[in-house]
Design a protein around this ligand. Structure first.
Ligand code: GBH
Length: 483
């Protein structure tokens, strides 16, 4: 059942839901419209353009001005769901608990949500997809100040629940805490771009950031459950990303252990604390020592009490890698437990065909294994909150629109879900393709195109790709096959 296999169009449950996903900074544009405050991404992309392919998202897909057209378009694909994120600095321009709320910002999301509901599309709303209000970074360095950030995030979440919660039934607090911690506060490839070269403390800061996210999430879950859930009856959780890891040398026990430990460091970091309500994984404590913050007994109690309130496991997943245990001493800010990861194993075998991004290869079997790994560890219904790929050669509009590579990727990954459900017993509830349309791919700018809709960034014209119709038809037949 590897990537060489043909797509089988295996069945999915009749109530399985499908949709598309985006994030505010990647699609909205409207940087100076509606009284929006600046976020760390506005700053990063303008002040350090060499780190974002020379590109920013002031306009991006101009979704801010073309939202009704985009909702009309997605409804022609027969989606059940649209997952999007709220721009915190559109809603509270300076971000903080004493700062003014923007009626215009609220109005934009009101309109979006109402539009979706009129088209019978369920909104799934992410509170934080990487665009921290710049003012909160200026005031206290954002995630690095756990208490300040947590108080401001609770306030922002409360504003969102009280303004939109009468119509939103699914909430996500944070998108990919691992990426926020490691890529934004250690490698520095994402805003605010903390890294060794800038003299920041990369030994401890990423773990502090993770700590802040875990506690802020738990507090917001608790607040939602006590103040809003009784009347709004929605559900809440977090979205974790992570590759599946295979051992570099499957005969070598150290590599077998490394592959497992790599997932514990990637996913267990947030999953064990948030979904199991316990301390960080032992492997992390042992390896990181005092670099890893500690929870007070009240904090552990909060985690314990809120663990059960998370209604689903939100999974962003794209690819599989090989993990190899290194024996040379690691750097003092190592975050992998001294593991090297790559796309080729000890026999020179590649994990799968390359996409347009170096880190992403087609490996559906790893996806099925990860679904099993997560299910076994957390026993929560899983929603695939992102999955997709950028194809090679999509600069050419014809190649982009006739995206057979992507259709095959989707087909194989959906077959993997079917097998996980019917052969392995994993409870998978839904699938949101990344992304509704080509957009601003963070550090890679407008290079890689993940959309099922092509966007011409000169004219902003939208053209559905073959994969949009493929997904529409495939979900229709897969769901009929099971009923
Ligand atoms: C998701 O991140 C994001 O939620 C979404 O916004 C984004 O557009 C989408 O995926 C596609 O990338 O070169 O090995 O250092 C996925 C997390 C973070 C994965 C950066 C790839 C670089 C890996 N990504 N990472 S590497």
């Amino acid at each position: 059942a590897g990537y060489h296999e043909r797509v089988q169009e295996l069945p999915l449950p009749s109530n399985f839901s499908w949709g598309t996903a985006t994030a505010a900074y990647q699609v909205e544009g409207g940087a100076d419209q509606g009284g929006k405050g600046k976020s760390i991404w506005d700053t990063f992309s303008h002040l350090q353009p060499s780190r974002t392919n020379g590109e920013h998202a002031d306009v991006a897909c101009d979704h801010y001005n073309r939202m009704p057209e985009d909702v009309d378009l997605m409804s022609t694909f027969d989606v059940d769901v649209y997952r999007f994120s709220l721009s915190w600095s559109r809603i509270i321009p300076f971000g903080g608990r004493k700062d003014a709320i923007s009626d215009e910002g609220i109005a934009f999301y009101d309109k979006l949500i109402n539009n979706l509901l009129e088209h019978n599309i369920e909104p799934v709303v992410t509170l934080y997809h990487w665009d921290l209000p710049q003012a909160l970074y200026d005031r206290y360095h954002g995630f690095l100040d756990t208490d300040e950030f947590r108080a401001d995030f609770i306030h922002y979440a409360r504003v969102c629940f009280s303004r939109f919660g009468d119509r939103v039934r699914k909430w996500v607090t944070f998108n990919e805490p691992y990426i926020i911690s490691i890529f934004a506060h250690l490698n520095g490839t994402l805003a605010p771009g903390h890294c060794r070269e800038q003299g920041t403390d990369t030994k401890t800061e990423p773990w502090r950031v993770g700590h802040t996210i875990i506690l802020s999430h738990a507090s917001v879950v608790q607040m939602y459950a006590s103040e809003f859930q009784p009347t709004q009856e929605g559900s809440i959780s977090i979205v974790l990303n992570g590759h599946f890891y295979e051992p570099f040398n499957p005969q070598n026990q150290a590599d077998i252990d490394a592959a497992e430990r790599r997932m514990v460091f990637y996913i267990g970091w947030f999953g064990d604390t948030i979904f199991l309500g316990q301390d960080y994984p032992i492997a992390m404590r042992e390896y990181l020592g005092t670099r890893l913050p500690t929870f007070t007994s009240e904090e552990i109690e909060l985690l314990r009490q809120t663990a059960q309130l998370n209604a689903f496991y939100g999974m962003n997943h794209y690819s599989t890698k090989y993990a190899r245990q290194l024996t040379d001493p690691p750097t003092d800010d190592d975050w992998t437990s001294n593991i090297e990861e790559g796309p080729v194993n000890s026999d020179g075998l590649e994990i799968g065909p390359a996409s347009a991004q170096q880190w992403l290869r087609v490996a559906p079997e790893g996806f099925r294994k990860l679904l099993n790994w997560v299910w076994k560890r957390y026993r929560l219904p899983v929603i695939i909150t992102e999955n997709g790929c950028p194809c090679i050669g999509e600069k050419d509009v014809q190649v982009a629109i006739n995206d057979t590579f992507r259709q095959r990727y989707f087909g194989l990954y959906l077959d993997a879900i079917s097998r996980a459900i019917y052969q392995d017993g994993v409870d998978v509830k839904g699938y949101y393709a990344w992304s509704l349309m080509d957009n601003y791919e963070w550090a890679a700018g407008y290079g890689p195109r993940y959309g099922i809709v092509h966007v011409d960034f000169e004219t902003l014209k939208r053209t559905p790709k073959g994969s949009a119709w493929y997904l529409r038809d495939s979900f229709k037949s897969r769901r009929q096959a099971s009923s």
